[in-house]
Ligand binder design. Structure first.
Ligand code: ADP
Ligand code: MG
Length: 235
């Protein structure tokens, strides 16, 4: 077992964004975090990344409590919707950004950048300008940038939210395959149940700061825990 969240609570004044949340992610596992807007998905990722300190609860990584570990030492990659690429850097420099921060030497970094671009289907794009990329290509570059430093866990927060339906349907399949190839465990956040079903076998369904049910999409549909779950996965 790799990542374990125990009884995580996060409050913002009167709002309880996470409410005693428990979640476990095993080695190499892809998990989709599915839930409506405002249910606490982004807050959950921020807690794992160390960007949000929980009021209560414990984040355990490979058996150790990492509550006091700062974000840059957590070895997690985080990718957002509209994840801005650095406009003044070429594609390859964007992908290599984290490598430079981590002190990689020039040659291994160059090799790694090329590998990552091939992985995301953008072989030969290294010297392209980022303002000439399509929306889908830009998200592929952002994914390559997130994966390049070999994080121990990758978290994607509605990465396709701003793209149109057709492109999303294709990219979600590609992203699933890319993540599987890397073997890096992942948390993929979405409010769209079709996207969740496409990306991961295991779906953790969130409502009001808690995981209310886990299972495959078919299990959630055929055996919903309550009326709310039944409505959410049907609509
Ligand atoms: P989701 O990503 O599922 O849409 P969020 O984690 O962004 O949900 O937000 C969960 C709840 O916490 C929402 O009610 C949101 O308004 C609130 N919230 C999130 N971040 C903050 C913050 N920094 N300050 C105040 N309230 C916040
Ligand atoms: Mg969010």
């Amino acid at each position: 077992m790799m990542l374990e969240l125990r009884n995580i609570t996060v409050r913002f004044g009167e709002i309880t964004a996470l409410d005693g949340l428990d979640l476990t992610v095993a080695d190499g596992e892809e998990v989709a975090i599915l839930g409506p807007s405002g249910c606490g998905k982004s807050t959950l990722l921020r807690v794992v990344a160390g960007l949000q300190k929980p009021n209560e609860g414990t984040v355990i990584w490979d058996g150790a409590d990492i509550g006091a570990v700062p974000p840059h030492l957590r070895n997690v990659g985080l990718m957002f919707q509209n994840d801005a690429l650095f406009p003044h850097l070429r594609v390859g420099e964007n992908v290599g950004f984290g490598l430079r921060m981590a002190g990689w030497d020039r040659e291994p970094a160059r090799t790694r950048i090329a590998e990552m671009l091939t992985l995301v289907g953008l072989e030969g794009f290294a010297s392209r300008r980022v303002d000439r990329l399509s929306g889908g290509e830009a998200q592929r570059v952002a994914l390559a940038r997130t994966l390049a430093p070999q994080p121990g866990l990758v978290m994607l927060d509605e990465p396709l939210g701003s793209l149109d339906r057709l492109l999303r349907d294709r990219l979600v399949i590609d992203i699933g395959e890319i993540l599987e190839k890397t073997g890096i465990p992942s948390l993929y956040v979405t409010h769209d149940h079709d996207e969740a079903a496409a990306i991961a076998e295991r779906i953790a369904l969130m409502r009001e700061g808690r995981i209310v049910q886990e299972g495959t999409f078919d299990q959630l549909r055929s055996n919903p825990a309550d009326d709310w779950v039944a409505d959410f996965v049907r609509s």
